[in-house]
Write a protein that binds this ligand. Sequence first.
Ligand code: GLC
Ligand code: GLC
Length: 826
Amino acid sequence: MAKEYGYFDDAHREYVITDPKTPFPWINYLGNEDFFGLISNTAGGYDFFKDAKFRRITRYRYNSVPMDSVGRYFYIVDDRLVWNPGWKPCKTALDGYECRHGLNYTRITGVKNKVRASVLYFVPLGVKAEIQRLTLTNESDEKKTLKLFSYTEWCLWNGATDGENFQRNLSTGEVEIERSEWTAIYHKTEYKERRNHYAYYSVNCPVNGYDTDRESFVGLYNDLSEPQAVLEGKATDSLAHGWSPIASHYIEVGLAPGESKDFIFVLGYEENEEGNKFASNSQFSIHNSQLLTSLGERDHHIINKERAHEVIKRFSTVEAVEAAFAELQALWDELLSKYRVESLDERLNRMVNIWNQYQCMITFCMSRSASFFESGIGRGMGFRDSNQDLVGFVHQIPSRARQRIIDIASTQFPDGGCYHQYQPLTKRGNNDIGGGFNDDPMWLIFGTTAYIRETGDFSILDEMVPWDNEPGSEVSLMEHLRISFDHVVNNLGPHGLPLIGRADWNDCLNLNCFSNDPNESFQTTGNKTEGSRAESLMIAGLFVYCGRQYVDLLKSRAESKETKDEIARAEKEIEKMCKAVEQFGWDGAWYLRAYDYYGNKVGSHENEEGKIFIESQGWCGMARIGAELGMLDKALDSAAQLLDSEHGMVLNYPAYTTYHIELGEQSTYPAGYKENGGIFCHNNPWVIIAQTEAGRGNDAWTLYKKIAPAWIKDQDLHKVEPYVYCQMVAGKEAAKPGEGKNSWLTGTAAWNWLTISQHILGIRPTYEGLMINPCIPSDLKEYKVTRKWRDAEYVITVKNPNGKQHPDQPVVLPYAPGKHTYEVVL
Ligand code: GLC
Ligand code: GLC
């Protein structure tokens, strides 16, 4: 049996890591509102406020050796021995180690020489701070005198320039140190001028010393596994002036046999309004020996710390920490109660009831910005990504999904095109990347209609939403949807299929890019769209699928003549698109992928490589285009035959082995990776949904299990976290098929959620009511779903005594408040 590095503890909703040497850092996320932290199983990672680029609080060195070597560390000195509860950075062998990643919290415990150190990390609800509760226990029968050092390194706020502009950075760092019944180190770089925010790291007791300058603490020639101050057994009381400001507390701890002591560290962020930024003289005298600042006596800019003090005081006791932690747990009880399955398959229950829903929350919060594969400085929120993410999240906190829809729609252009990305802090579109991805507009229909089906809140359609955030340009959200629909209608190519623009969902199929210059990015380079004939079958399927959602929405609304005309018009366009796909988008045994700039086929048996692609099988299949002509079934058979493998379906087959300038980035990836023949987990669920459309419950279940983390067989091979989906698993043509990469931030989470909850288990909100339309493996005999929907609760038992895969007819349970119990027999 392959080695396991941990196990699921479903009762506590945790994944428990028992060996710190996981095949890759296995991380978790703290916070689900505005303050976030990434934390690995050895306490590596960093914090930021809202935006991982513009408000990076602590520093992290991506791409360093060994990897994941900065974080929030505690050093414990026991006699001459130095160790960390999370094993790193000292890597002193521990007598006991455990890391429990739970829902927005992580608890890391290390045991060495009969001292147990356990740290609970979490961000309390409504608080802009990470709490670290460290419990030290003496499990020996002798008195212990320990030395404790904390360590975290400040980032100079902008995650990008922090790693770049050293001629400035190394001179700007400033801190304040406050010593009273608590000890707090404040990071105030650039606070006196344009910033209105500061960060702090406090502990709820007086200390024996501190350090705020990295070199003084670590030593210029040392690394974090052997900080000089720790080795020498005492802090240097350094005051940072430029260079690299850090925060480290030094505490001497005496522990009687059996005794336990708690320390509460708060790593926080606060903002002050202009005019209220500085402490008045009466609040603070610089001569107060309790306060030290980098600039010293001439510092006229002492931070007004009222807000930080409130948080520090609030979390000065263990009881307060426990109460806040209980609140976080209660929130998750509530979130996970919206959809619960009970079946005999514990892995299914685990995915549905815990980990898939949890990951959906994280992708909703982060989009593709900050993970151990996304540096947080490259991308903000994606237009398409966020619309998909919210479909996995909308049942949890619909009001936040609503706001997200408005934010996203506000970055749209008046012709329906969209900024491809925007920054969460400013909510403005990113000019660096701009627009022109022709799938983007349809995703707004996808996200908005999912929101309304979930909530019944049609009022969102009347919200006045600007174009490109331009005040005065507002039109209703409904109008945004119409214009999104028309963006496809107005951008058709020679076959009546959608023009691809810069790319469609597959960012790397850059049919109009023609880049020969290694200094260009495929993502930002201007395209040669003049005269282009590049058309996308993926957008065609997307248009038919989301276009029908648009029509359903109109139908459920008013009966006015205007609406009826719009329905008729939209239906005609959808019909035309279906015909175009049947006529020009069918390759004989599967759906074509695209036409290139010159009008040549992509994803056809006529091509030498890249004969078949997954996206068009998924989308045209989900949209059932040509199903009556047998296309859907044939396409699914072809996908099974050519794309499938042990670990899931690859994106295209065979992968490209040479650079095709007319295809772009896709053909730059080595065969078997990423968009070139990798198993892009995001699009496997499209095929699964298409399989359910064809009534193939057994096939859908088999493919679902290949991708779902709960069924991972070989953790060493899979490499990344076994509790969440990753974006890509190396495909059958790669060197190591089955090796996962890019975990956490992927549309895979939302899509698998949609797939399992609505299409396999088949509980689907509609405008009319809750539809029960399972498509399951024939050997699944029974399951029960509890679904809280709007202000109703449905308890639905599905029974399958005769080994069927789906019902003859779906059932629609009308919406009515209150609790309802139903039984459906297939
Ligand atoms: C990444 C992007 C997503 C894109 C996909 C395929 O996951 O976040 O927007 O659709 O790759 O290229
Ligand atoms: C690259 C990646 C793709 C991602 C895109 C985002 O093209 O391969 O997955 O969506 O970058 O910019």
